[in-house]
Write a new protein. Structure first.
Lengths: 84, 450
């Protein structure tokens, strides 16, 4: 699971999809996850990364993480081809 | 290293287009305290959910409403509308402030008596008064507002037996230019029924016609309807004076003043569009003062406002149970407050606030209650902060009707607490227990064993 390659992410929390022209705003935790996804980190790596910085346990984070991914999928920001 | 506070990750699509100049605030201000008591402490001490009532707000609202009328009309009397909230502590605050009681059933009548209200200061409204209720009301010199001719003849028959002369008023319904017109209660003004009722009372002489009453509707969005109604009642009072030489002692304009909640489907928030007490007061007072009635012998103006006096004083505090995504990707938040506790969510877009500071990110959310029923929706769509399981929230302006129309459905009703003027928190209705429910039930012998 990774972010589409052409998605642009600014440091101030904006995401731009040049294919569709859509732009998005994200909060800070969202930004960090997107950064980690861009680096093609695994679920476990994202989880340990975030839980070491933020006040959240791993199982709670996992819930929010998969919810966030479903939103990225809804907005067509994920590159899912290599999963098949 | 200290960890940063976590907010669930969130992404929102930005919509291009013209910004709305009527745009609402995009940040949710938290309500962390109610009358200086932390919301978290209230939930911790009294459980979740919990109803909280502010005595300070009730008294302030009452004084404001009273002031709006007393500065415009010489004789004003409020009567607390029991059906809006008949918790004894709440009623007694209004009675301490000088309100009479306005009741619509034998149950409410008994409650008012138990609260120490004098019989002569109880207004008895409503279509369902049993003979037993009426006997009590006649005995106590209460003000009986007649709803229909059947009731009038019951009262006449009872007065013959008791030898007392009951004090009555008639309820009048009328066209005030608003839709829908309420014509199910009382006697119609335009078709002559009201005069018919008045004539029968005056000719019969067994009843003492002391007042005229109307209640033109609920949540009235325009004060002008009250002006028309007050004018029509004043005309009736003047007509009675001329025809029978009897002065009507009071004109009761009922209630129906809006609180500042936003009705479903309204484009602008209620706080921006609804008339103030001053506007209602101006409309009613000026109509009576400008009528033909003799200014040296004006009737008392009675007001039965309920919702507008108590809504703001009530809060419902609760906790997020879960978040989920609906099939279209929209967020849904499930909370521990359902329509069983917040009946008014069928009418209003209630304001829901986080109980702790949150980031500026809001997400279009549907808020569901905990009942396993499809109708259990508190808000269809609200820009809501990113609350997670266990976070607390506060629903504002819920003091009216929710503590009388609540339902004991699949769960027990929670504590109701009052934050007193003394700054202390008092339980004014204990949370229900299983015993409260089962002690009312009986199991036939053949069903004892299963």
């Amino acid at each position: 699971m990774r972010l589409k390659k052409n998605i642009a992410v600014s440091d101030t929390g904006f995401v731009f999809n040049p294919t569709t022209g859509d732009s998005f705003s994200i909060n800070q935790v969202g930004q960090e996850i997107i950064r980690l996804l861009k680096e093609e980190k695994s679920v476990e790596e994202v989880k340990s990364n975030i839980t070491s910085v933020y006040e959240i346990d791993a199982s709670s984070f996992e819930k929010y993480y998969f919810d966030f991914l479903s939103m990225l999928r809804q907005f067509e920001l994920l590159d899912e081809e290599d999963e098949h | 290293m200290e960890k940063k506070p976590f907010e669930r990750p969130y992404i929102k699509k930005l919509q291009a287009g013209m910004p709305s100049k009527f745009g609402m605030k995009s940040q949710a201000e938290p309500i962390t305290h109610i009358d200086n008591i932390p919301v978290s402490e209230l939930l911790n001490d009294y459980g979740s959910p919990v109803y909280v009532i502010s005595e300070k707000t009730i008294r302030e609202k009452y004084k404001k409403a009273r002031h709006a009328f007393t500065t415009r009309y010489p004789k004003v009397q409020y009567a607390w509308s029991y059906k809006t909230n008949y918790l004894d502590a709440v009623c007694r605050i209004f009675h301490q402030e000088g309100s009479w009681a306005e009741v619509v059933s034998g149950f409410e009548y008994d409650k008012a008596i138990l609260n120490g209200v004098k019989g002569s200061q109880i207004i008895f409204n409503g279509p369902d008064k049993t003979d037993e209720d009426l006997k009590k009301a006649i005995e106590n010199d209460s003000l009986i507002h007649i709803d229909h001719f059947d009731e009038m003849y019951s009262i006449i028959a009872l007065s013959e037996k008791s030898g007392k002369r009951p004090k009555v008023a008639i309820r009048v319904n009328m066209d005030t230019g608003v839709y829908p017109m309420w014509d199910r209660f009382g006697f119609n003004y335009e078709n002559g029924d009201a005069w018919d009722a008045i004539n029968r009372i005056m000719i019969n002489e067994k009843l003492d016609l002391v007042g005229l009453h109307t209640h033109i509707g609920t949540y009235m969005l325009t004060s002008n309807a009250y002006k028309i109604a007050a004018g029509k009642l004043a005309d009736l009072a003047y007509g009675i004076e001329r025809k029978y030489g009897v002065s009507i002692k009071y004109i009761d304009m009922g209630g129906g003043f809006a609180s500042q909640n936003t009705l479903k489907g309204a484009y602008y928030p209620g706080s921006d569009t609804l008339p103030s007490f001053d506007e209602y007061a101006e409309a009613i007072s000026s109509a009576i003062l400008n009528s033909e009635l003799n200014p040296r012998n004006l009737p008392i103006l009675i007001l039965e406002s309920g919702r507008a006096l108590i809504d703001d004083a009530g809060y419902l505090l609760g906790t997020v149970i879960a978040n989920k995504r609906l099939s279209n990707g929209n967020r849904a938040t499930i909370v521990d407050v359902g329509v069983n506790l917040l009946f008014t969510s069928f009418w209003y877009e209630h304001e829901v606030y986080p109980a702790a500071p949150v980031s500026e990110h809001l997400e279009e959310t549907t808020i569901y209650g905990p009942l396993c029923m499809n109708i259990d929706v508190l808000r269809e769509a609200i820009a809501f902060p990113l609350l997670k399981k266990g976070d607390h929230f506060v629903i504002k302006r819920i003091g009216a009707y929710n503590m009388t129309q609540w339902m004991q459905f699949i769960t027990l009703r929670p504590n109701v607490v009052l934050i007193g003027l003394d700054g202390q928190v008092h339980i004014i209705r204990k949370q229900e227990s299983m015993d409260n429910i089962t002690e009312q039930e009986a199991v036939p012998v053949h069903l004892k064993e299963i």
